[in-house]
Design a protein around this ligand. Structure first.
Ligand code: KMH
Ligand code: ZN
Length: 310
């Protein structure tokens, strides 16, 4: 029997776009981000998707000094691939959002493949108290925000980052984003193999049903043939079920507190590493093996950890 491909586990340590600090486990200081990223890598994550936050109040940050405060530590302690977010926040310009990736030239960075509603305002009703002052207004205000990722923004990000030979994690929240990506590939913005993160369950994007995963995968097969690798991110309660399904379909998986604060229904996760350990256990129990960082580098055609700037 042919050996199943290895499963790459990405761990998204601390998103800032849609995850305020509503769990004490969510890291927001540089020390905690580094500590949890290293523990997630030790637990089996071969890629670490990283945002920065303001250490004083956990707010969204694209300040390069906030990234500098944890990147060298992560690099020294692990061999994991570092993937820097260019998502930033719902209100920043693309030039500001790509600055950390331009500065640190990581092996990977995220790239969001279309403009969309990206809302988490229903969360506001679930909380009576907030850890920091900015959080309630930010969460409620997401009802009126557009997450802007126009073709011009995508071209600007790709052009600014082209000299750095960075592999993009193309974040596709709906089927139209796959067609956007195809258009961008056809005009020469990205090199094969591209890496697509199929995202399910964000309010504004496609819902977290298995049918939708199959539809996204079938569409990507038609558009990209052998020129792509893929992974699945289910937001909130869809995280583990969709990751499990993806791994059984030969795909890769993304977990992490950025996308779900929970380890099981109604139970907050203690850490990112706990989520990585859980999906690793499931993947291995079901007969697959997880990819090491070097195997992930080979599968995705990455430039190598010695060519980053931190
Ligand atoms: N948390 C994801 C749903 C980015 O960093 O570029 C969105 C995200 C965007 O990861
Ligand atoms: Zn992110």
């Amino acid at each position: 029997m042919a050996r199943k491909p290895r499963t790459i586990i990405t761990c998204a340590i601390t998103g800032a776009i849609h995850t305020p600090t509503m769990s004490d486990a969510l890291p927001y200081t540089a020390e905690d981000i580094a500590h949890q990223a290293i523990a997630a890598a030790d637990a089996g994550a071969s890629i670490l998707h990283l945002h920065a936050r303001r250490p004083e109040d956990g707010g969204v940050s694209v300040d390069t000094e906030h990234f500098r405060a944890f990147l060298p530590q992560v690099k020294q302690a692990t061999d994991a691939v570092v993937n820097i977010s260019t998502g930033g926040s719902l209100t920043l310009s693309i030039a500001d959002r790509v600055k950390p990736a331009e500065t640190f030239s990581p092996e990977m960075c995220s790239l969001n493949m279309g403009s969309m509603n990206f809302s988490f305002h229903p969360l506001a009703k679930r909380y009576d108290s907030w850890k920091f002052d900015w959080e309630k207004d930010y969460v409620e205000g997401s009802e009126g925000n557009i997450f802007r990722n126009t073709f011009k923004d995508i071209r600007e990000a790709a052009t600014r980052l082209a000299p750095h030979d960075i592999k993009f994690e193309h974040e596709c929240y709906d089927v139209g984003h796959l067609y956007n990506l195809k258009f961008c590939m056809d005009i020469g913005l990205f090199k094969a193999p591209i890496f697509i993160q199929f995202i399910f369950g964000i309010l504004g994007g496609i819902g977290p049903e298995v049918d939708n995963l199959i539809f996204m995968k079938r569409t990507a097969d038609r558009l990209f043939g052998d020129d792509y690798r893929w992974s699945v991110l289910g937001a909130g309660g869809a995280q583990m079920p969709l990751a499990t399904t993806a791994s059984q379909m030969g795909g890769n998986v993304r977990v992490g507190l950025e996308d779900s604060l929970f380890i099981s229904r109604g139970v907050l996760a203690e850490s990112n590493a706990q989520q990585v350990a859980k999906i690793r256990r499931i993947v291995e129990d079901l007969g697959c093996e997880v990819a090491s960082p070097d195997e992930a580098r080979e599968m995705l055609g990455l430039k190598g950890g010695d060519r980053v700037n931190f």
